[in-house]
Design a protein around this ligand. Structure first.
Ligand code: PRP
Length: 182
């Protein structure tokens, strides 16, 4: 089925090629900004996995990778406002430069939770590379240094982002048809 004829979505926001383009652009900036350093890239499970793959393939400097699993949506269509740490890092981030790799910053609560956690553990610096930033969704004042795309306040899925845990594997980001969840 063609992406555009997919009844699960009202609109395709970004296809695979566009997302890879954003990953290349951000990877080049990270290479430049972290020249001579070895940052720890903290991938926020599960949504950021596909974006992280694109980003990492395009970074040429040395990096380390680690993974953390937090939950805020709990499978629903909006943030529950309560962040849960499900699986922790294995890296000691004390005195390390850390880059949080997110699929989306929506309310900003997950990002704030992670920033606070990493800083409390003594990270030297903490920045964020997010595929999507939903500024109109922010409930607190957070910002990501590296942003793939700004998006409107719509419920999106695909490319790592789920609708009730499915559709993460889709090679595009689409606006979910409200008929699906209303
Ligand atoms: C999503 C997304 C971000 C977070 C953003 O994760 O991956 O981590 O929510 O939302 P916020 O800015 O409102 O906090 P989710 O909790 O759905 O877990 P998942 O990645 O496993 O789907």
């Amino acid at each position: 089925m063609s992406e555009l004829a997919d009844p699960r979505f009202t609109k395709i926001l970004h296809n695979h090629q566009e997302i890879e383009g954003a990953a290349k652009r951000i990877a080049a900036r990270i290479d430049q900004d972290y020249a001579g350093k070895t940052p720890v890239m903290v991938v926020v499970l599960k949504g950021a996995v596909m974006w992280a793959g694109d980003l990492f393939r395009n970074i040429t400097n040395d990096i380390e990778m680690d993974f953390i699993d937090i939950a805020s949506y709990h499978g629903g269509i909006s943030s529950s406002n309560k962040i849960t740490l499900r699986t922790d890092l294995t890296t000691d981030v004390k005195d390390r430069d850390v880059i949080i790799v997110e699929d989306i910053v929506d309310t900003g609560l997950s990002l704030r939770f992670l920033e606070d956690l990493l800083k409390s553990r003594g990270a030297r610096s903490v920045q964020t590379a997010t595929m999507l930033n939903k500024k109109a969704g922010h409930k607190i004042d957070v910002s990501a240094k590296y942003v793939g795309f700004e998006i409107d306040n719509e419920f999106v899925a695909g490319y790592g982002l789920d609708y009730q845990e499915i559709w993460r594997n889709l090679p595009f980001i689409g606006v979910v048809n409200p008929e699906i969840y209303s």
